[in-house]
Ligand binder design. Structure first.
Ligand code: NDP
Ligand code: KPL
Length: 311
């Protein structure tokens, strides 16, 4: 199965690297700067699950894409999705399956509009990773899960084939028959985590140790839960319990990738992860929401970025 990994950043570099390490046929669709870096240094992963120093991996630039691939995994940020869709278009043939790993939900609508729903699986990943200034993929915790599935819950022949390729490649690959619910569950958790850690600029442990911190994160979780419930995807009680536990763990060093991006002055997925959740809450007439404060905070950050030099 020919796999095209769009992006060789934190998640794409990690999962694509593990797939390559386990003999899968992976090509990275990258831009010129990252292509040169990979050609020079190879693909380097530093991880508690085992370091990898891979030789220069196969890469392709968008302008050189010709033949279709069987599976295209999208690991760009949401603000890069329009460009990514334009770039992968020559690689999408009649049988091509697209697996987005982005946080949030809107990517599914955009991909459906562009390529047709029949091409698009649901997907998500659980990992804490970052790409450092030297182009090294740094895996920061011990989670490295990827969940994927047909959105109608079926176990299609293509799902069987994709599962066989993704499993046994050095990370936890989990086929799901409830991928939309899984994506909503993750979005509810992530929007709460990213929202509170960016707003209060600390880890979960630091936030719950501060006066009002615990109540604030639980309030945000409740706002996100209500949005999911209204969309017909209320998290189950055990999922909520787990989320509450992770979001209120005393001493927890947990943060979101959005906070890491914000602290480095990078662009963030404010509209996709928080703005979209808030828009849905407002359509339900939710008033005085903490989500609106989080969103305003992130938009102030984005406006400030535009005024000062970009990293
Ligand atoms: N990092 C994490 O811990 C986690 C991230 N996520 C989610 O996964 C998604 C990806 O995040 P992450 O991996 O951190 O992002 P990164 O910014 O680390 O990586 C994205 C990569 O995609 C590349 N890219 C984007 N568009 C294109 C394009 N058109 N052509 C070629 N390359 C492209 C970028 O390259 P360039 O440098 O050239 O722009 C960049 O290297 C996000 O939605 C994020 O929320 C989910 C779970 C955890
Ligand atoms: C939920 C979490 C923390 C881990 O995958 C994440 O998605 C992120 O940091 O963006």
């Amino acid at each position: 199965m020919r796999i095209l990994m769009l992006g060789a950043g934190a998640t794409g570099g990690y999962f694509g690297g593990r797939l390559l390490q386990h003999g899968r046929d992976v090509t990275f669709l990258v831009r010129a700067r990252r292509a040169a870096e990979l050609a020079r240094n190879g693909l380097v992963i530093r991880s508690p699950a085992g370091d990898a120093d891979l030789p220069p991996p196969p890469t392709v630039l968008a302008a050189d894409l010709q033949a279709p691939y069987d599976l295209i995994v999208l690991s760009c940020k949401a603000y890069g999705l329009q460009q990514a869709m334009a770039d992968i278009a020559p690689a999408v043939g009649p049988q091509t399956v697209i697996l987005p790993l982005l946080n949030g939900m809107q990517q599914l609508d955009l991909l459906d509009q562009r390529f047709g729903a029949g091409h698009v699986l649901g997907g998500l990943c659980f990992i804490a990773a970052t790409l450092d200034g030297q182009g090294v993929v740094r895996h920061l915790n011990d989670a490295h899960g990827m969940t994927f599935g047909e959105r109608d819950g079926s176990t299609s022949e293509r799902m069987r084939q994709i599962s066989a390729i993704l499993q046994g490649a050095g990370f936890d690959a989990r086929p799901s028959q409830a991928i939309l619910q899984d994506m909503w569950d993750k979005w509810v958790f992530l929007a709460s985590l990213a929202g509170i850690t960016c707003l209060l600029r600390g880890s979960i442990g630091e936030i719950v140790a501060a006066p009002g911190g615990r109540a604030a994160v639980l309030r945000l979780l409740e706002e996100c839960r209500a949005v999911a419930a209204h969309a017909g995807h209320a998290p189950g009680e055990s999922t909520l319990q787990r989320a509450r536990g992770m979001l209120t763990g005393s001493g927890s060093t947990l943060t979101a990738s959005m906070l890491r991006d914000l602290q480095q002055g990078y662009p963030i997925e404010a509209d996709h992860v928080i703005g979209d959740m808030l828009a849905r809450a407002e359509r339900q007439h939710a008033a005085d929401s903490l989500l609106s404060v989080v969103y305003a905070h992130l938009k102030v950050y984005e406006a400030g970025r535009l005024r000062s030099p970009q990293p």
